[in-house]
Design a protein around this ligand. Structure first.
Ligand code: GH3
Ligand code: MG
Length: 555
């Protein structure tokens, strides 16, 4: 092993120790939140875990973790021993925890391709009158990486919400004993929060229009009656939790004035967007490829070419055909503005720009562009990328891997005996299984991985920066966990497995998206032939042309 790779291994090893400790701290905070009035019980453990984090992070020079840990440690000195968590400390501690959790996620994406891909989530609270149902739901939710917590009285629920605002609450209309006491609790709860918590109400009685209206007015997003199907509930919970995490818009700004460009960058960053600034129009192609913007802002007049000319070049590329282009100029002649728009622009902003106006325009354009794009590139049943887009992403990741010389894996998976699921339980339950696998994958993979529905009951996963051995371990873990998941069907439960083939990019310029897909597909076929419910890495044998392999799957 050479010096560099040894150092790299050591760095990864230590990084893992620090991020693991950060997770212990995050877990400790969850426990404090869940404990409500009994939070004092967990104070010492939490403090010790934080101190350890700071020590590790300082020793291994992971500065972000160290400073997040120090901030926490300082706040903790204000929490008297053997007392409940003081109210005044809740917000600052939450902020420090958020800072720590952000560092952990960034590090996880960057350093730890072989670590479990579970992210800390804010909890889901369950307030049901039937504890056995609550218990079963919690188990199911854990499979999907949610932290769920059940309550048996309104005070405990209120205390927990004050400490740790949940993603959503699953609330029995009759929680607390009376026919509407669940709604009353929610009404009181929502008064304490600026933005309402989305509530999923369930009821064992058909609600009158008055009840349903009242439930809806206090944040009730759903009203389930009569029975609660855990599969349906988990899908809803997933909707509300995923909807909350809006990725920042990626905005590319081309302006030849450095001062103007810097100003825009500052405004956009402040508004929570990711900005990439260029001042040389000749850099545009490179910036498009590297940054993949969702919105482009172009200065109208630059030396050498105009914004309109650049817009035309951008529009000539299929991939950027629907990316909104906003022109920026001191030009206030409306007919000239209209002419510029006819050449591929979507909006026009005049200098000097009002930052509020700029941010609002980008938000409007961005939201619309995202929903249009989603229609084009996503599969409507699962919300995963469709076949075509998955292949586009694979091509992009291969060209990145060529530049960075990082490893890359591509996996294909197919549900075993899926036809039997449809035949036995019906097509809608089959659809539910497809959605549950898609949610499962979303929960367990990194943000930087891409998940696609390749067709029917077949899924494809792109794992950048991942060695084959790591991909194998990860997908095997996912396979095992998924096979343990109980799939509800009316009063029954059943289990489903999948088979998976993995191909790793071999570093050769000849290895393209198609050859990778073919190898992964053959490995998948091998997994089926080996008895299913297994993950097979493509060996050299899978490099042979399809026709040379007896019994290969014909697609
Ligand atoms: P194997 O283990 O060999 O993969 O067997 P299988 O039964 O899973 O494979 P087969 O190709 O025989 O059957 C696939 C089934 O998947 C048939 C098709 O009706 C079903 N299917 C494909 N797309 C969907 C869908 O969107 N929803 C549902 N419910 N079923 C689907
Ligand atoms: Mg199948």
């Amino acid at each position: 092993m050479n010096d560099e790779s040894q150092k790299d291994k050591l760095r990864k090893h230590f990084a893992r120790r620090v991020t693991t400790q950060a997770r212990v701290v995050l877990d400790g905070w969850q426990k404090i939140g869940d404990a409500g009035v009994e939070s004092a019980l967990f104070r010492t453990d939490f403090e010790m875990a934080t101190d350890k984090l700071v020590r590790y992070a300082q020793r291994f020079e992971m500065n972000d973790h160290a400073s997040a840990g120090q901030q926490l440690a300082e706040l903790l000195t204000q929490w008297p021993e053997n007392e409940g968590l003081p109210k005044a400390l809740i917000d600052p501690l939450n902020a420090a925890i958020d800072a720590l959790s952000r560092t952990t996620q960034r590090r996880t994406d960057h350093y730890e391709s072989d670590n479990p891909r579970l992210y800390r989530r804010t909890p889901v609270y369950i307030a049901l009158t039937k504890p056995d149902i609550a218990g079963r739901l919690i188990k199911q939710l854990e499979f999907f990486g949610f932290r769920a917590c059940a309550f048996d009285n309104a005070d405990a629920l209120m205390a927990a919400c004050a400490l740790n605002k949940p993603e959503t609450i699953l609330m029995d209309i009759g929680f607390g004993g009376d026919s509407h006491s669940g709604i009353e609790t929610v009404e009181r709860l929502q008064e304490r929060h600026e933005t309402p918590i989305p509530i999923i109400f369930i009821s064992y009685e058909d609600g009158s229009i008055e009840t349903r209206l009242r439930a809806s007015r206090c944040g009730g997003e759903e009203y389930f009656y009569p029975a609660v199907d855990p599969g349906q509930l988990i899908e809803k919970i997933e909707t509300y939790t995923h909807g909350n995490t809006v990725e920042p818009y990626r905005v590319l700004v081309l302006d030849d004035s450095r001062a103007q460009a810097k100003f825009m960058e500052m405004v956009l960053r402040k508004a929570g967007m990711t900005a990439h600034i260029i001042t040389d129009p000749m850099q545009i192609i490179h910036a498009l490829e590297q940054f993949c913007p969702e919105i482009i802002i172009l200065d109208m007049y630059m030396p050498g070419c105009t914004g309109m000319e650049i817009a035309r070049v951008i529009r000539q590329q299929d991939r950027f055909h629907s990316v909104p282009i906003i022109y920026l100029s001191a030009e206030d002649d409306v007919s000239k503005q209209l002419h510029a728009m006819s050449l591929g622009g979507d909006d026009f902003l005049t200098k000097p720009i009002d930052p509020k106006h700029l941010v609002a325009t980008i938000h409007n354009r961005g939201r619309r562009a995202r929903s249009l794009l989603a229609l084009m590139i996503r599969d409507s049943l699962t919300g995963l990328y469709n076949h075509t887009h998955t292949l586009n992403l694979l091509e992009q990741e291969i060209s990145k891997a060529k530049q960075t010389r990082h490893p890359l894996c591509f996996a294909m998976m197919d549900i075993d005996y899926f036809k039997k699921v449809n035949d036995t339980f019906g097509h809608p339950i089959g659809d539910r299984v497809l959605r549950s696998l898609s949610m499962f994958l979303k929960q367990r993979l990194r943000k930087t991985d891409h998940i696609g529905r390749y067709g029917g009951e077949e899924f494809a996963i792109i794992l950048p920066d991942t060695h084959e051995s790591d991909a194998l371990a990860l997908l095997n873990e996912i396979r095992e966990r998924f096979s343990e998941l109980q799939q509800p069907a009316g009063g029954h439960e059943f289990r489903v497995t999948f088979s998976c083939g993995i191909a790793s990019w071999n570093g050769s310029p000849m290895d393209n998206a198609q050859s990778l897909c073919e190898r992964a597909d053959r490995a998948l076929y091998q997994a089926k032939a080996d008895g299913r419910n297994t993950v097979v890495p493509a060996t050299l044998e899978h490099d042979l042309p399809l026709a040379a392999q007896a019994g290969s799957r014909v697609t």
